[in-house]
Design a protein around this ligand. Sequence first.
Ligand code: KIV
Ligand code: NA
Length: 277
Amino acid sequence: KQKLTRIQLDKMKADGQSAVWITAYDYWTASFAEEAGMDMILVGDSLGMCIYGYSGTVPVTMDQCIYHCEGVRRGAPNTFIIGDMPFLSYQVSVEEAVRNAGRFHKEAAVDAIKLEGGKRVCPQIRAIADGGMLVMGHIGLTPQSSGQQGGFKAQGRHAAAAKELIEDALAIEEAGAFALLVEAVPPEVCKIMRDRLTIPVYSIGAGVDADGQLMICSDVLGIFQAFTPKFVKKYENLGGKTVEAFKQYVADARSKAFPADEHTYKMVDGELAKLHE
Ligand code: KIV
Ligand code: NA
């Protein structure tokens, strides 16, 4: 498998071919994603909820993101990987934003970074792009500012708000982003962005009229149980299956059905008799 490039992602948009991607936070999920042929992997700061059990993404640190990106990179060496910039790694100043974006590249060999926000983060997007890095924008529902948004809620459902989002999208492209992710926005609004922007516009919960789709791995697999956004389609119930497997192991070990002969090591021929001498 060959890792995609920005040029190929642009061509996929031009050809109307969907780029399909998923989040991953660890080595093994990343290796399964690569084996399944995912076009890209996002190491989302959703790891705060999915891995660390926080109620949101705000507590997530740069170090946590970098460590998880390292594992994902080793699991998916031939997949385009996007590192997600955590809260306070780019909001304070343009300089901090560039330095932290650079850390993802130097320490975890990501292919691109993503950050949340519209016009208000365009100076950061411009500076990171000027630093030679690929930056993806992220608008609509933006969990790092969910307090301002009044919770994890769909965005752009009124014309005025939708128009603002479209202006944000255009500004992000103008600032030098290579792609844009749109989260929890009505499909009609996402379609306008997809049609008006030359860079790829990807959807998570923004309908089918996008240049590709993103889903969160723990949602797809049915692992994350705390809540399920409307836009999630569960393809598996690994949470339930995991509990079943663990219960079976507990029962087997208690009843001594496990370990069986086949799970044990034999002594070297002739040594057993000597042991009892
Ligand atoms: O952190 C993440 O996984 C994300 C997606 C939910 C868009 O940013
Ligand atoms: Na995120």
